[in-house]
Ligand binder design. Structure first.
Ligand code: SAH
Length: 360
């Protein structure tokens, strides 16, 4: 049993500086006016940031030099600096370490972003959870991870030049415990250019440990993003241990909230299930998982089985291939599509559950 407490509210540690990506269209206009600049500058600056993915003042030749310096200083302060680019690895303005991971496939490119520095959800098999919560990230700190990734992909720094196609909130942190900033970041990611990056809502995934009230709230935001629920056990007894927040919101409540989300958005919910040898991979748990999900969500669910990634000090291993295959077969047999997610990045400790922003 994990001895770490659940932490929902982050320590107050001084706000990152205000940034263009924190602001709505109206707020951008106000901020520009407050600097004594023409309203049109808000749109120009937004275009540089969200369309050209640039924060580089000298290239902003459509803005007079005098105005440029002030606008960039005030509205595009550096928030993240690259500490180490293993794939992509960032530090914030106050030295807080966070990680994001870019995955380049032949036909798409996905960035896995952090919503918090650390995490307060204390899941014992996850390196981030074991490190505790340091602080919430600001909206712009989340958005900056996306901009940096999109620029890398565009510039061909990770293979052939391409376009960032997907964003998953599966890095460090519990996005729904940093609710407002996460939702605002999703808006910036999906709003049309130049208000935002213009990605489609369906190509964004928000993953949660199962904060049921926040899932319901998200369903009412008018955002049809994909919801992923990290379930990892179909029964409360085991889930209480693997996902300690289950002591607040039980499996049944989480699945009801997920159903509500699926009904209101029309989106199929992803259920994440890390397969842990002799812990949650038994045939009876596969059957129970399939039955419960089929009953709660009908056709509106898909299970991603994830082979457990090793984390420092953990006593758990991934399930053997045979147990994994049998598990997947049984879930499918219950009428619930289930696939094994290919795990990448293990060799650089960048796979699911391994982000600890520590020295390697
Ligand atoms: N807090 C959110 C967002 C993090 S997503 C959430 O839990 O959904 C990270 C995903 O990786 C989650 O599904 C998490 O349960 C899973 N994970 C954590 N540790 C893991 C590990 N050691 N091996 C495989 N998956 C892991």
């Amino acid at each position: 049993m994990s001895l770490l407490p659940l932490v929902f509210s982050a320590p107050r540690r001084g706000q990152p500086p205000r940034h263009l990506a924190d602001l709505s269209a109206e707020q951008r206009a106000e901020a520009v006016a407050a600097l004594g600049e023409k309203p049109l500058r808000a749109k120009q600056l937004s275009r540089h940031y969200f369309a050209r993915l640039s924060v580089d003042a000298p290239t902003m030749t459509d803005i007079p030099q005098r105005a440029r310096a002030a606008l960039v200083t005030e509205l595009l302060p550096p928030l993240l600096t690259e500490v180490r680019a293993v794939t992509c690895d960032d530090g914030a303005h106050d030295g807080t370490l966070l990680e994001s991971v870019v995955m380049r496939y032949p036909d798409r490119a996905t960035v896995c972003v952090s919503s918090q520095a650390g995490c307060g959800m204390a899941c014992p098999f996850c390196a981030t959870g074991q490190g505790g919560l340091r602080r919430n990230l600001s909206t712009a700190e989340i958005v900056e991870q996306v901009r940096a990734a999109a620029a890398m992909v565009r510039d061909g720094r990770l293979g052939p030049p391409g376009r960032l196609s997907n964003v998953v909130f599966m890095g460090m942190g519990e996005p729904l415990a940093n609710y407002r900033r996460t939702v605002d970041a999703v808006r910036r990611i999906c709003d049309p250019v130049p208000l935002g990056f213009g990605l489609s809502q369906r190509s964004v995934t928000v993953s949660t440990v199962g904060l049921a009230p926040a899932i319901r709230r998200l369903a009412g935001e008018g955002l049809a993003v994909t919801l992923a629920v990290s379930l990892h056990a179909p029964d409360d007894e085991l889930r209480d241990e693997l996902v300690p927040v289950n002591t607040r919101w039980k499996v049944a409540e989480v699945l009801e909230a997920a159903r509500d989300y699926a009904d209101r958005t029309g989106r199929r919910v992803s259920v994440e299930y890390a397969l842990i040898r002799d812990v949650n991979d038994q045939p009876w748990r596969a059957d129970l998982l399939g039955t419960l999900l089929h009953r709660a969500l009908g056709p509106l669910v898909h299970v991603n089985a994830i082979p457990l990634n090793p984390t420092p000090g953990s006593r758990w291993d991934a399930s053997p291939k045979q147990a994994e295959q049998e598990f997947v077969r049984r879930v499918n047999a219950a009428g619930v599509p289930c696939t094994v997610r290919d795990t990448r990045g293990r060799e650089i400790a960048a796979a699911c559950g391994q982000l600890a922003a520590a020295d390697r």
